[in-house]
Each structure stands twice: as structure tokens, then as C-alpha cells.
Design a protein around this ligand. Structure first.
Ligand code: PM9
Length: 460
């Protein structure tokens, strides 16, 4: 293996968790029982679990040691102050409100920053983010560059905001009718695609002209920083920490799911610089999460998040992380399997439209492909297409994203290149008899965030 292209793991393994593979017959049985929804499988039946990178991180020895330093006082825990100091140092925001996970922060921000009827432009939707925006009367508008909706186009910084789309929205509705710009680094549903520093700077300049606030979804901001260092002119010699700090200098605040780039299993936070907004967030956090000094997580979890955040900005860690994901993408591309290109920061997305051209989007090709991959190999993945997109809340029609994908999401510090070889071989084998993948229909469709608990059956 070329160790520059695919560096060895920058860690050694101290604790192991045994995985086992059940038979194909058993996998077919449990997949049917789970209504062909990979979210409804039991973890024990899964061989390699690429459902999500959320909360599935392996913590370091230092994080486990930090867990023992939990100050579980109801109020004023020293772990909160440690976390606050780390976030202030790395992100540069003045105020921090801890939450139980990312959607807790999204709930607070959407309640305090959106007036009913206002637009919330963003670089592609994310499921929980859009849900909270709409629940608070916001109208989500996708202003990502067009290329992001096309799996086959390989361009750098595919997650960038299209400034013309943002300008057109301001011209049409007026700045007062825009709650804030929601800018995600990286863009999950576009394939983990990064946003360039230049784009963030330009979004700031444009929004400053109109007095519009910009809140970032910081969930995978360290992965984004790595792409900037690797690919944007002028950043090769900067540290990941310097790039993260500059990233957030163009924002008024952010929401964070700590379950990704903070290298923990639970936690999140909301940040901002505006004192009035901070006071409002503090008033609300006690309703939904807990005291402003714990926000729905234990003291020990805040301590682990503080240590994890510091570990995540270490170059060796993040270089291996992004290149490990790319290793899987490169193997699939070499075998002719259609994926979103370029490979993103946290996952490889199979392009189900090209994988299953014999199925229409109404037959849920990505949902079915994810189910088949599990039956064939024991690898669990996740649908990220029409099922995840849900329905338009006014018309009741399906949202129909151009990207109909299956996400192979790589947990941080958990699997080795050998596991990814197994995954690649399984996908390639399935691709060779892709015509056998059958369409699905709903037998149970939840009203909101349906992908989590929906059930399906095969169409005869
Ligand atoms: N992302 C993921 O698997 C877990 C929930 S959906 C299966 O990708 C972004 C960009 C996310 C995200 C979660 C959240 C919400 C916000 N923004 O899960 O509430 O990718 O911590 O974060 C998931 P929480």
C-alpha cells in the first residue's frame, strides 16, 4: 500500500470488540423482519457497521481517562468550563450552550432565530436541521452550487454556496425575510463535500452588506479544514487549528453535533457571539436540555468532548481519517461502481440511480440497495435519497432529491483498511448482479423524519 496516499492508522489498538457474521439466510430473515430499513436491524446482526459516523467514534485512552474526571454537580460543573474554554480557543466564539446532541442545538437556534415565514437558505438540506427550521415556520431554500446535485461531476469544493442564488433570494424577498444563512461544513447529503475558505469569506461579505446573520453547521468542520489545507491555495502551511479558527471567523455562531468531529459518542453545542441571543438560548436550554452548564449531557461526556475536540485537530488523525475514506472510494471507482465524486470526508455514497437503473425513484432504489448490501455481506449502510428527503410539508408530495444514494459511513478510529477491502468487495460483487435488486413500497410511513423508523415490503 502507498503509505503517502493511504497512511497507516496513527494509533494502536488497546481494547477490541469482537464482531461476528451471521449466515446469509439469517441476514435475509432479519432484514425482512426489520421492514427493509437498516435502522431497524439489531447491531448484533451486523458484521461491518457503516450506518453512520454519528456517535460511533472510538474514544482514546485520554478521553476514557477524562471520563473519570466527571464533575456531576447539577450546576457549575468544572467540565463545562473546560469544554467552554476548548471551544472558545478552537472556534473563537464567545458563548457556548451545551446540548445533548446536534439536533438539540438546532432546536434552540431555530426557535430563537427564525420568525414564521422567513427563509433559511442553506447549502443543501439536512434532515434534522430542516425539520427544526420548518417546525419554527422557516422556509428552507437550497442555495448550494448546481454541481452538488450531480453525483458524477468531480469538482473541488462541491459544497460551496452559489452566491448568485443567495443574491437572487435577497433581491426577491428582502433581507428582513431571511432568518439567517445556514452554512454546513462539510455538506453531508452532497457526499461530505467541503466548502472553500474563499466561499465562506464571500458569503460573509455579501451577508454583511445586508445585515444577515450566518450560522454554520459545524458538525464536520475538522474534515472540512483538512480539505482546505490539502486543496485550497494559501492553506498548505497552516495548521488545522488555524484553518478551523478562520472558518468560524466568518460566522455569527454555529450548531455542532459532537458525535462526529468531537470524537465522542454523545453531545453537542450551540455557539454565538451575540449576548442577547445567548441569553435567549440560555432561557430555552433549561426547557429542553437542562442547566446551561450541562445541557443534557453528563459532566464526564463534556470532558471527553473537550479532549476529543483537541485530538481531532491533530494533523495525523485527520489526514488518516479523510484518506481512509478516500481509499474505499478509490477502490469502488477503479471497479466501475458509480459513487458521488469526489470522495467526501466521512463517507462514500453509492449512486443508486446508476447502480439500479431498472428502478424508478418511487421504488426506493437506494433503500432497496442498502437492504440488499446487508443481505449479501452483513455490511450495514443507510439510504440517503427520496426516503430521507421526506415530504413537502405544505403539498404532502415527496421531496425528490436528484441524489439518490446509499451512504457507506466510516466511523472514526474504528475500522481498518482490511474492513474497507471487505466492504469494497461486497459492493463490487453486488454490482455484478444489480438487476436482482427489487423495488420497495411503504408499509408504514412515519409523519416526520420517516427514514428512521419506516417499514417496507418488496413490490412483486
Ligand atoms: N447526522 C448522520 O448519520 C445522524 C442523524 S441522521 C441519521 O449523518 C449534520 C450535518 C448531521 C447531523 C447528524 C446533525 C444532527 C446535524 N447536522 O444527530 O442530532 O450530519 O447529533 O446531529 C447523522 P445529531
Amino acid at each position: 500500500m502507498n503509505l503517502n496516499k493511504y497512511p497507516a492508522e496513527p494509533y494502536r489498538i488497546k481494547t477490541v470488540e469482537t464482531v461476528k457474521m451471521i449466515s446469509r439466510e439469517e441476514r435475509a430473515k432479519v432484514m425482512k423482519e426489520a421492514g427493509y430499513n437498516t435502522f431497524l436491524l439489531n447491531s448484533e446482526d451486523v458484521y461491518i457497521d457503516l450506518l453512520t459516523d454519528s456517535g460511533t467514534n472510538a474514544m482514546s485512552d485520554k478521553q476514557w481517562a477524562a471520563m473519570m474526571m466527571g464533575d456531576e454537580a447539577y450546576a457549575g460543573s468544572r467540565n463545562f468550563h473546560n469544554l467552554e474554554k476548548t471551544i472558545q480557543d478552537i472556534f473563537g466564539f464567545k458563548y457556548v450552550v451545551p446540548t445533548h446532541q446536534g439536533r438539540g442545538a438546532e432546536n434552540l437556534l431555530s426557535q430563537i432565530a427564525i420568525k414564521p415565514g422567513q427563509h433559511v437558505p442553506g447549502n443543501m438540506y439536512f434532515t434534522t436541521t430542516r425539520y427544526h427550521q420548518e417546525r419554527n415556520g422557516g422556509i428552507f431554500v437550497d442555495i448550494i452550487r448546481d454541481e452538488a446535485h450531480d453525483a458524477g461531476i468531480d469538482v473541488p469544493f462541491k459544497g460551496n454556496i452559489d452566491l448568485n442564488k443567495l443574491q437572487a433570494l435577497i433581491d426577491e424577498h428582502g433581507a428582513d425575510n431571511i432568518a439567517y444563512v445556514c452554512l454546513a461544513v462539510t455538506v453531508n447529503l452532497a457526499g461530505g463535500q467541503p466548502v472553500s475558505m474563499q466561499n465562506m469569506r464571500e458569503v460573509r461579505e455579501l451577508t454583511n452588506k445586508y445585515g444577515i446573520k450566518v450560522f454554520y453547521d459545524a458538525t464536520r468542520c475538522v474534515e472540512n479544514a483538512y480539505f482546505i489545507k490539502e486543496q485550497e491555495e494559501g492553506y498548505a502551511d497552516k495548521t488545522i487549528k488555524e484553518i478551523v479558527r478562520e472558518t468560524f471567523s466568518y460566522a455569527d455562531g454555529c450548531t455542532m453535533s459532537g458525535k462526529k468531529d468531537c470524537l465522542v459518542n454523545i453531545g453537542g453545542f450551540l455557539c454565538m457571539n451575540d449576548e442577547d441571543l445567548f441569553n435567549e438560548a440560555k432561557e430555552l436550554v433549561v426547557v429542553y436540555e437542562g442547566m446551561p452548564s450541562y445541557g443534557g449531557i453528563a459532566g464526564r461526556d463534556m470532558e471527553a468532548m473537550s479532549v476529543g475536540l483537541q485530538e481531532s485537530i491533530q494533523y495525523e488523525y485527520i489526514e488518516h481519517r479523510v484518506k481512509q475514506v478516500r481509499y474505499l472510494g478509490d477502490k469502488l471507482i477503479a471497479a466501475g461502481v458509480p459513487i458521488i465524486e469526489p470522495s467526501g470526508g466521512h463517507a462514500i455514497f453509492l449512486d443508486a440511480r446508476r447502480f439500479c437503473p431498472h428502478l424508478t425513484q418511487d421504488q426506493f432504489p437506494a433503500q432497496s440497495l442498502a437492504a440488499s448490501l446487508f443481505v449479501e455481506s452483513g455490511v450495514r449502510s443507510m439510504e440517503r435519497g427520496i426516503v430521507s428527503a421526506g415530504r413537502n410539508k405544505d403539498t404532502g408530495e415527496h421531496h425528490r432529491p436528484k441524489l439518490e444514494t446509499v451512504r457507506l459511513t466510516i466511523p472514526r478510529r474504528v475500522y481498518t483498511y482490511s474492513h474497507l477491502d471487505v466492504v469494497a468487495d461486497a459492493v463490487i460483487k453486488l454490482y455484478q448482479h444489480k438487476e436482482d435488486i427489487k423495488g420497495l413500497r411503504f408499509v408504514y410511513e412515519p409523519k416526520q423524519l420517516r427514514f428512521f423508523t419506516a417499514r417496507f415490503e418488496y413490490i412483486d
